[in-house]
Design a protein around this ligand. Sequence first.
Ligand code: ADP
Ligand code: F6P
Length: 329
Amino acid sequence: MANAQKAIGVLTSGGDAPGMNAVVRSVVRSALNRNMRVLGIKRGYSGLLHKDVMEMNLRSVSDTLQRGGTVLYTARCPEFCDDAGVEKGRQACTELGIDGLVVIGGDGSFRGARDLSLKGIPCIGIPATIDNDIASSNYTIGFDTALNTVMEMVDKLRDTSQSHDRCSLVEVMGRHCGDIALYAGIACGAVAILVPEVPFTIDAIVEKMNRTLGTGKKHFIIVVAEGVTNSNGIGSVHDIAREIQARTGVESRATVLGHVQRGGVPTARERVLASEMGYHAVELLEKGIGNRVVVSRENQIVDLDILEALNMKRIFNQHLYDVADAISI
Ligand code: ADP
Ligand code: F6P
């Protein structure tokens, strides 16, 4: 009976990611199992500020495990980025009787969770973003599904590139992080992978293509992270395609995959991790512990102080990049 009055909130924030529903489901069922009440907060911090909530029961999350997107909806809420917004959020929690909050999202969402924790509402962050850009976790929920989506799309592009002896440039998401490009690039046999973490020149790509043309290669895949085209004045993926065509003589086409990468049925890996992380978050909140993120490190689910997690530096997998470069010849 000790927990009978305890209520927790759960929200999804930032860009959606396949597997978010599996986290929500795990949080709801783990908490109900422990006699806690659960309020589903709609549209991230925006829903908290507007007290747009729904009481969750065991059946509220039925048939959601296998669905992409988020049944709680998500949003980016600029109002929450300053102290007045966070204070409004604290008041909303108090008025709604929320004793703790699970925040499912990326680094931006975790900053909000930390600010709210410092105001006395224990918050637990769970990493969910397709970008895999959270330094404290080896892996973020949504990344594996996005990778598989990209792989499926690039395999289709390879068919048509092969038929026409063309070069296909594919721009993938990832904001400032090259992981989707790197892992999809190696999975799809890309001749070049352009990521923001590694400097590159068009000269080097042209040289590699010319070298492989000399050994009989006739079609090419180049994966380009959006962080590259967005940041360094190199132009769009279409501009890169035009330059490569002009300098190699290989007819080139560019494809921007876009938001298709954010949807789809979450893979088994997402579902298992999401279920375990949601359970762990509830265990912490039951003990009144907040200001933590639940992350995956060395195949273990552990929790860390949010600020400590936010201050960690991401390490790019240079070895994998070098492997890709060495074998795509
Ligand atoms: P993600 O969580 O995927 O990194 P965003 O960076 O868009 O996505 O952040 C999601 C939301 O988290 C923002 O819209 C805002 O409501 C909240 N947020 C982001 N940064 C901060 C911050 N510095 N302080 C408080 N809340 C923040
Ligand atoms: O963070 C996830 C992500 O899909 C990034 O890869 C991308 O840069 C961004 O969100 C796109 O945001 P929006 O859905 O607002 O266009």
